[in-house]
Design a protein around this ligand. Structure first.
Ligand SMILES: Cc1cc2nc3c(=O)[nH]c(=O)nc-3n(C[C@H](O)[C@H](O)[C@H](O)COP(=O)(O)OP(=O)(O)OC[C@H]3O[C@@H](n4cnc5c(N)ncnc54)[C@H](O)[C@@H]3O)c2cc1C
Length: 526
């Protein structure tokens, strides 16, 4: 990986190995006074440090350098919805800012505590955890909002059930956080996004409670669930969710192909989705992402050159793109169903000139799918920063969008005499379009403020290009505080006023996550 990056970014050899500072050595200022809060309240410095930021690149850079600009004055852990209500009432009365926090994996500045005159608490929802009720006949399960992905699947697994929602952050994110950010899991093609999976919910806010029962469908007025999904803690705290569950798959299989070009791959994906192929996941990597997967996966291995030669012999050419598809089989399905679904996908790919790679790349993807993000820390040790950007757009806009983002990133990097390596894949396909997901790598200045400033310049350029070329501001990461300045462009001025009015109604004192979603200030460097 280092060699691959050195070829693209240059001058990596000269960089020293960098280490993160010891968290215990980071100075944390004394907490400011708070009113009496009716829930477990911690003022421990390390606890406050751990709840100061999310997991975006600038968060990690600042934490590693010990350059954290602000801390919550306390970490508050309510045990139930009544305690959430009591804490919110006390904070609203005293003007204390409240940052609801699930797993803290936000990559949009959504859980960051920002400097400000009003005290702030991190409302850690981790104690609202576990299965609350199960209606197995209807396939409905109610969970505490702070339930982490592994706990949720373990609780369902005991009943032979699954939610099937697997964002890459699954290990550390919560069902409440997924709903608050309208998250999508890697198998969204088969299961839908969290918006499709949430049937009912409970929201507690200083201005009142919303108790929205689970219904299979309803025409009783506008869908208030949809108002809460994606509200990012701005309208209230989700305390409980009822989700649609299904039988746990007994087989999960993924296979790979090399398609001759990006356009050919897009045509295969469109054909499969339009035909309703029974797949759980499809992912098409750009030529650069394909090349990286090969470089990291094959380089140095004895069979690497052999594998490359074999692929060349079978017709794989430069510019080829890796296509992965996955399928699952539930109990009662015919055991060969996933294999047959993948065989049909393979036939569609071969009609467009693809070379079959078999089950190995799929197995590798399944084994590593939650592990890749850990690479970020190892790369930062070597002085390389990596971040991701994502969007979705209609099929007709995707090619223009991909080129616009790539061009904007290259121009922004060139503006400071740097290079940027950009990988892209298409995933989460729909009948009318798909999501594009970009991974970028750039040389990370040793100074944390300079590093954040470089990231912010690249992020601004890419986001402007992405929305300018017809993409949504976010397909699944959400708005947070970092994307908020662009949000009015997508929601429209009247849309923002409508949402702000809902926030005023539920949170008249404006204490809930005041910097996310509706605050137009540019906070990329805060
Ligand atoms: C390595 C990595 C990979 C990722 N991959 C994916 C992916 O594949 N798909 C995807 O969708 N996202 C992904 N994300 C983004 C992130 O994991 C999601 O946004 C996730 O839904 C956040 O869940 P969380 O519990 O960590 O929420 P947090 O980060 O704690 O909070 C996110 C936002 O929701 C609010 N919030 C949290 N819980 C509640 C609640 N109970 N009530 C009200 N508001 C609340 C917070 O105030 C904040 O604004 C990834 C992040 C990382 C770091």
């Amino acid at each position: 990986m280092r060699r691959w990056l050195g070829d693209r970014l240059g001058r990596l050899g000269a960089l020293e190995r960098r280490r993160a500072v010891d968290p215990g050595a980071i100075p944390v200022p004394p907490p400011r006074p708070l009113p009496e809060l009716p829930a477990a309240t911690s003022r421990d410095s390390l606890d406050r440090l751990r709840h100061a930021r999310g997991q975006g690149l600038p968060d990690v850079v600042r934490l590693r350098a010990g350059a954290v600009p602000a801390f919550p004055d306390a970490v508050v852990r309510p045990a139930d919805a009544a305690e959430v209500e009591g804490v919110l009432a006390a904070c609203a009365a005293a003007g204390v800012r409240v940052v609801p926090r699930g797993g803290g994996t936000s990559v949009t500045g959504g859980v960051n505590v920002l400097a400000g005159p009003a005290p702030a608490i991190a409302l850690d929802l981790g104690a609202l955890s576990g299965l609350v009720r199960l209606d197995a006949e209807s396939g409905l399960a109610a969970f505490g909002a702070g339930t982490l992905g592994p706990r949720l699947e373990a609780d369902l697994g005991r009943h032979g059930l699954t939610l099937g929602h697997f964002p890459q952050s699954w290990e550390f994110s919560t069902v409440g956080g997924w709903a608050a950010t309208r998250s999508s899991g890697q198998e969204s093609l088969g299961c839908g996004s969290i918006a499709d999976l949430v049937a009912g919910l409970e929201l507690v806010a200083p201005g009142g409670r919303l108790s929205l029962p689970a219904m299979p469908a309803s025409a009783a007025g506008p869908d208030l669930r949809a108002l809460v999904l994606g509200s990012e803690g701005r309208l209230g705290v989700i305390t409980e969710l009822t989700v649609r569950v299904r039988r746990r798959p007994v087989a999960r299989r993924a296979e790979g192909w090399l398609v001759p070009s990006w356009d050919a791959g897009v045509a295969v994906v469109r054909e499969l989705v339009a035909g309703g192929a029974p797949l759980g996941m499809i992912r098409l990597s750009s030529p650069e992402e394909t090349e990286t997967a090969m470089a990291v996966g094959l380089r140095g291995r004895l069979w690497g050159p052999l594998a490359r030669g074999w692929l060349r012999l079978r017709g794989a050419r430069p510019g080829a793109c890796l296509l992965l598809a996955g399928a699952t089989g539930a109990p009662g399905d015919r055991p060969e169903a996933p294999r047959e679904a993948l065989a049909a996908a393979g036939a569609a790919a071969r009609r467009r000139g693809a070379v079959a790679l078999g089950a190995r790349p799929g197995r590798r993807w399944l084994a590593d799918r939650f592990r890749h993000p850990y690479l970020r820390d190892a790369l930062l040790d070597l002085g390389v920063a990596t971040d991701t950007l994502e969007t979705a757009a209609p099929w007709s806009a995707l090619a223009r969008l991909e080129a616009a983002v790539r061009g904007a990133l290259a121009a922004a990097a060139a503006g400071e005499g740097e290079e940027v390596a950009v990988l892209c894949h298409l995933s989460h396909p729909y009948r009318d379009g798909a999501s594009l997901y970009f991974t970028l790598f750039f040389r990370c200045p040793a100074d944390a403020e300079e590093a954040v400033a470089r990231w912010a310049r690249l992020k601004r350029a890419a986001t402007a290009a992405l929305v300018g070329a017809g993409g949504t501001l976010s397909h699944h990461h959400g708005v947070g505080s970092w994307h908020a300045p662009w949000y009015p462009r997508e929601a429209g001025e009247a849309g923002v006023r409508l949402l702000a009015a809902a926030a005023r109604e539920l949170d008249p004192a404006g204490v809930l996550n005041p910097h996310v979603l509706l605050d137009p200030a540019d906070r990329l460097e805060r």
